[in-house]
Design a protein around this ligand. Structure first.
Ligand SMILES: [Mg+2]
Length: 379
């Protein structure tokens, strides 16, 4: 069948378990041990299907039944506006029907070719404020350093840690001093060569940034993420200040409610790494943005905290976007989502040369969550 119609959509939420509880960041309470991935499986009238992250609501799903595949996705254009609510399942479906991995389809979209199994560099994003119950900075630092060692054991060679303890959860001076102590401890734990990033979730201001970067200059931080809400004046000031001191810390921003002119500010040199959320904007938009950022030599690093599906989907952008820097990896084991074709070694995710995203659904488990809390619509 050349251009089949959508025959059914099933939607449900798979729940995964992190290796340990994830604590607070500078603005949010405890993130907990579980991770929820909303998944839609789209089946065509010829029986082929694809699945992936989706927030599609039942009325939207009903409206998609009967629509033809090529009205929703093509290699040349990516996903159309009508297909956006089921963007990830559509990419998987296109991969299943063509026998190509999504990274190869993404390369075709760019007019490139990308052969063979891919490797994607990633970072361990699990170093949260798990130490707030501890009085001593020394003990707190050793706890977070131990967590970094656990990531190293898992195969990670790049790490991001939360900072900004003094923004909300601790008194300002005590929290800032602890951030500085923890950065040093984690740097000691992972050695001098592992890229180490810090993320303040907008919990700092320019003076706090200057203080922390001065006191951690010997830790050679790779990027500073969301020190405060993005502001081209303050970022310009900070970039000059760092340049004068020979501090080569990249400024990363753009997750969540990113400012509308963010890309203009990146083009002007105020921001070095753009982090639009993978699930919020989707693959097609990321392919468009990545191409633009490449032309300005700005780095791409999609935000992906809290999604096991997204861990794996992000990898498919890594080969085609030239200045793609890291996949954000939030490890979890998710019953129902078979990720066994992927593996992590020496900081790289080995991406399978399998159709679509190279992931598999356990049908019995998925059926269960669809029936329990989800829905199914069909022609
Ligand atoms: Mg962040």
């Amino acid at each position: 069948m050349n251009n089949p119609r959508i025959a059914s959509i099933e939607w449900g939420v798979l729940e995964g378990l992190r290796p340990r509880n994830a604590g607070c960041n500078s603005r949010l309470p405890d993130h907990g041990p579980t991770m929820r991935d909303a998944i839609a499986r789209v089946t065509l009238e010829d029986g082929t299907s694809g699945f992936g992250f989706s927030r599609v609501k039942q009325p939207q799903a009903e409206a998609l039944i009967g629509q033809r595949l090529d009205e929703l996705i093509s290699v040349e254009q990516g996903v159309t506006a009508a297909g956006l609510p089921i963007e990830f399942p559509l990419w998987d479906l296109l991969g299943q029907r063509t026998g190509k991995p999504v990274y190869a389809l993404a390369a075709e979209y760019y007019g490139k070719s990308l052969d063979g199994p891919q490797q994607a560099k990633c970072y361990d994003t699990t170093l949260y404020f798990d130490d707030l119950h501890i009085a001593s900075d020394e003990e707190a630092s050793q706890l977070i350093a131990e967590e970094a060692r656990q990531g190293w054991e898992r195969g990670h060679r790049a790490f991001k840690m939360k900072v900004g303890r003094g923004g909300l959860h601790m008194p300002l001076e005590a929290g800032t001093a602890r951030d500085i102590a923890v950065i040093h401890a984690v740097r000691d734990a992972v050695g001098p060569d592992a890229p180490l990033m810090v993320d303040a979730n907008n919990g700092w201001n320019v003076n706090l940034v200057k203080r922390v970067l001065t006191e951690t200059a010997d830790c050679h931080l790779f990027w500073l993420e969301e020190p405060f809400h993005e502001d081209p004046v303050l970022y310009g000031h900070l970039q000059n200040w760092m340049r004068e001191r020979g501090l080569l810390v990249l400024l990363a921003d753009g997750e969540g409610h990113a400012a509308a002119p963010l890309l203009d500010w990146a083009q002007a040199g105020a921001i070095d790494v753009i982090q639009y959320d993978l699930r919020d904007i989707g693959l097609t938009k990321w392919l468009k943005v990545g191409q633009k950022l490449d032309s300005w030599s700005v780095r791409s690093a999609p935000h992906n905290y809290g999604s096991n599906f997204g861990n794996h989907a992000s990898c498919h952008l890594s080969g085609v976007i030239e200045h793609f820097t890291f996949v954000e990896w939030d490890h979890a084991d998710t019953p129902g989502l078979d990720t066994s074709a992927y593996s992590l070694s020496e900081g790289q995710i080995n991406v399978p040369d399998a159709p679509g995203f190279g992931l598999a659904l356990d049908d019995a488990i998925f059926q269960l969550v669809v029936q329990r809390d989800g829905y199914q619509v069909s022609a």
